[in-house]
Design a protein around this ligand. Structure first.
Ligand code: SAH
Ligand code: SF4
Length: 359
């Protein structure tokens, strides 16, 4: 019998970002340099969040070579700020022309960056600007990490403390690359797993996988409706993974990770903000010991219903508290620059107001 030749290995995809390279790959790139250069460049990229051109501890010729070999994946198209400089939104263009947005939010006690995991999103939630624009492609791990690095650089002199995977895209639909980014952010950028929060529309297999993961990252579930009939309409993925299956996967996550689950609920006027909606939400949240974040729906071009007015938001919170569920109203950031939850759509909306002043 003629031996079957082994199939040729598929070509490795070209790195999209310097942060797509492993330490071994970087060592390969620096093979003709003294060995200590690997640590120097690796530390420069991660611990110091520098670009090769800024690594003044390297000889100029090496710096120039690395500028070509370690590409910056995120080309800054615009940077807008709001909330007195406390919120910054970037529109980045990737090497293939796709665009994503990243948001930095400075609070008195923390600085948080909100990163995208996909260009576009395939989940099709009606009320979300990213969903309205459809799916383009997954981001690489390096493209995700680079957004965090942009946050670290812009937060200075403060320290970036938190990362939320709540920008464009569904992180659990891009699980492998998102997880690789989490490991790099935790291991090399030094942000603890407790300060990383992944938000999902409710992909049950992904939640199960996360329950068994090694780093105890936080999970936020974008619920928005706690009866299948309404959730099927608001969040089409509910037809694939209905509430009973979702509750089971969440219980598994809470039991395995020992971390608190949070539930995101965008209050839509007259749609999911009634006392009966809160009663259903309480039934879902209580057994999971989940904390509920209420947020009035932010306006997007493709969805007519509005956010609940302030008195209904307050009523919803009070009803939940009465029903024994921890609930807070999340202050909205960056609405005027289209940087608030659900508004990211790679269009770069809002006025350019110069360089940000992050407090
Ligand atoms: N795909 C993930 C993470 C990105 S969306 C997810 O759905 O969880 C980030 C958050 O913004 C989610 O909680 C989502 O439900 C919420 N969101 C989407 N559109 C919104 C809108 N118009 N107003 C308020 N929140 C919105
Ligand atoms: Fe995708 Fe999340 Fe927007 Fe739904 S809410 S379309 S899952 S980004």
């Amino acid at each position: 019998m003629t031996p079957v030749p082994p199939a040729p290995a598929p070509p490795a995809p070209a790195p999209r970002s310097a942060y797509d390279l492993s330490r071994e790959e970087l060592a390969g790139l620096l093979a003709d340099e003294p060995p200590y250069r690997v640590r120097q460049v690796w530390d420069g990229l991660h611990r110091r969040a520098r670009r090769p051109g800024e690594m003044t501890d390297l000889p100029r010729s090496l710096r120039e070579r690395l500028e070509g070999a370690l590409p910056v994946a995120l080309g800054e198209i615009s940077r807008r700020s709001a909330d007195g400089g406390g919120t910054v939104k970037w529109l980045f263009e990737l090497a293939d022309g796709r665009r994503v947005e990243t948001v930095l939010m400075a609070y008195p006690d923390r600085v948080t960056v909100c990163v995208s995991t996909q260009a576009g999103c395939a989940m099709g939630c009606a009320f979300c600007a990213t969903g309205q624009s459809g799916f383009e492609r997954h981001l690489s791990a390096g493209e995700i990490v680079e957004q965090v690095v942009a946050g670290i650089r812009a937060a200075r002199p403060r320290r970036l403390s938190n990362v939320v995977f709540m920008g464009m895209g569904e992180p659990l639909a891009n699980y492998g690359r998102t997880w690789a980014a989490i490991e790099r952010i935790h291991g090399e950028l030094g942000i603890s797993a407790r300060h990383l929060t992944l938000s999902t529309v409710g992909l049950v297999p992904g939640i199960r996988r996360l329950a068994r993961a090694t780093l105890p990252v936080n999970l936020a579930l974008s619920l928005h409706a706690a009866n299948d009939e309404l959730r099927d309409r608001l969040v089409p993925m509910n037809r694939r993974y209905p509430l009973a299956a979702l509750a089971e996967a969440c219980a598994e996550y809470v039991a395995a990770s020992k971390r608190r689950l949070s539930i995101e609920w965008a209050l839509i006027d007259g749609t999911n903000d009634r006392p009966s909606d809160m009663a259903e939400l309480a039934e879902f949240a209580r057994p999971l010991g989940a904390h509920v974040n209420l947020i009035p729906l932010n306006p997007t071009p493709g969805y007519a219903p509005g956010g609940s007015p302030p008195h209904r938001v307050a009523d919803a919170r009070d009803t939940l508290l009465r029903l024994g569920v921890n609930a807070t109203v999340r202050a909205t950031r960056g609405v005027e620059i289209g940087a608030a939850c659900g508004q990211l759509a790679a269009r770069g909306t809002g006025p350019v107001v110069g360089l940000p002043r992050v407090r």
